[in-house]
Every structure is written in C-alpha cells, then in structure tokens.
Design a protein around this ligand. Structure first.
Ligand code: ADP
Ligand code: MG
Length: 221
C-alpha cells in the first residue's frame, strides 16, 4: 500500500518560495499501475522523488507498507529505499565501465548478503537481454539500455517501481517495447507501478491515469 497525504513541495528561488506541488494525495495498492502526464516543469519528477523518498516534502506524508520514510533515520531511510523502491530514469544511468549483469547487480552490493546472480540473469531473460549479460552499456541500443535499467530497478524486488519518462529518449519502436515490457512485468509480479511521461501512447496503457497540473493531481480518462 502506498499512501501519500497532502504533499507540498516548495523550492526556494532568489525571488522567494516557488510552490511546485500544492497538496497531492494518492492511495495505491499492490497491483496498481498509474501513469501521470503533465506539462514540462510541472513537478512530475519532483513528485516521483518524494514518493520514492529520494527527496523530502515541505509538508505532507508518504507511507509505504506501513513505513513512513520521512520519519526514519538516515540509515534506515537508505535501507528503505534499497529494499522498497526501484527507480528508472529517463537516461538509464547505467555504469559505463560495468557489464550489463554487473549493472543489474549493483543495488545488491549495498548491505545485501546472498547470491542475486540467478535473479539478475532471470530478469535479464525477462527483459529480452539474456544473451547480452557480458556486454557494456555502450554496446547496446537506447531501448536495450533502458531495459537493463528496468531489470536493475527490480533486482531487490521493490514494492514500488517509479519510472521517470522511461521512454522519453527512445524512438517509437523502442518506446513501444519498453512500454510493453513494463505492462508485462506488472502482470507477473504484484507491485505498485507509477510512470510519469509525456507520451500519451505510454500513459494510456495504464489502468489508472492522472495528470499533474498547476501542482494538483487530476484523473485523466
Ligand atoms: N532543486 C530544485 N531547486 C529549485 N527548483 C527546482 C528544483 N528541482 C526542480 N525545480 C523546479 O521545479 C519545477 C518542477 O520541476 P520537475 O519536477 O523537474 O518538473 P517535470 O518533471 O514535470 O518536468 C521546475 O520549475 C524546476 O525548475
Ligand atoms: Mg521531469
């Protein structure tokens, strides 16, 4: 369960505080998949960062499976993020010097005993890159890199998968493949999936659709 209540985010600028999020509330359950559209600069990334506890709100709360990240100590918060949240960014953010397999395993290197290699290999199979485990990111297409980033986000079996413009840098064909993959993965394992996107093609594939406008969330048909 993900519960967000009255999230407000102000950024301080030389001309004073700028209110980007003006009270956002959300209730999502395992298995829910939500897309959020909205104008550039409207606060979509800011909202995802708050939901994933990568940034703190000016006011308001987030609760994921009974845990309130903003009330945790720094150490507990790092553990919470590592265990509960997977993040996929627009620019895959893979480590260029590491292989595909090493990139997927990277989040497990932080205080996670155990052999994650079989799961990493299985995930890479699921994203269609089972034959590319030893390649470096530079040897992959944009869509393939994004699929590695999705596998990496899922390696610790997060309850919450957050995607920030996951197809924003891809051509139509690769965007379609990544969108299908996200939907497919969502059906295999129950988690909460939230993607922000400019793309109506991606957004409309989600059963729940919202728009972030003037700092508020509204339903989209
Ligand atoms: N750290 C920050 N300091 C000041 N302003 C910021 C900061 N991060 C984002 N902003 C501003 O907040 C607004 C929303 O940004 P963002 O969440 O990235 O929008 P979106 O993802 O919808 O394009 C933008 O006007 C941006 O300039
Ligand atoms: Mg953004």
């Amino acid at each position: 369960m993900l519960v967000a209540r009255d999230l407000v985010k102000d950024f301080l600028t030389p001309r004073g505080a700028l209110q980007i999020l003006k009270g956002i509330s959300l209730d999502l359950s395992l298995g829910d998949a939500l897309s959020i559209m909205g104008p550039s600069g409207g606060g979509k990334s800011t909202l995802l960062f708050l939901l994933g506890a990568l940034d703190t709100p000016t006011s308001g709360s987030v609760e994921l499976e009974g845990q309130k990240p903003f009330e945790l100590s720094e150490k507990e918060l790092a553990k919470f993020r590592n265990a509960k949240v997977g993040f996929v960014f627009q620019d895959h953010c893979l480590l260029p010097q590491c292989s595909v397999l090493e990139n997927v395993l990277a989040p497990t290197l932080v205080a996670r005993p155990g052999d994650y290699r079989p799961r990493a290999e299985k995930l890479l199979d699921q994203v269609g890159l089972g034959e590319r485990t030893t390649h470096r990111p530079a040897e992959l297409s944009g869509g393939e890199k994004q699929r590695v980033a999705i596998a990496r986000a899922l390696i610790c079996e997060p309850r919450l998968l957050l995607c920030d413009e996951p197809t924003g840098n891809l051509d139509a064909e690769n965007a379609e493949a990544v969108a299908s993959l996200l939907m497919d993965l969502e059906q295999r394992e129950k988690r909460i999936l939230i993607a922000v996107t400019h793309s109506p093609e991606l957004a409309n594939r989600f059963p729940n659709r919202m728009e972030l406008k003037s700092g508020k969330l509204e339903s989209r048909l």
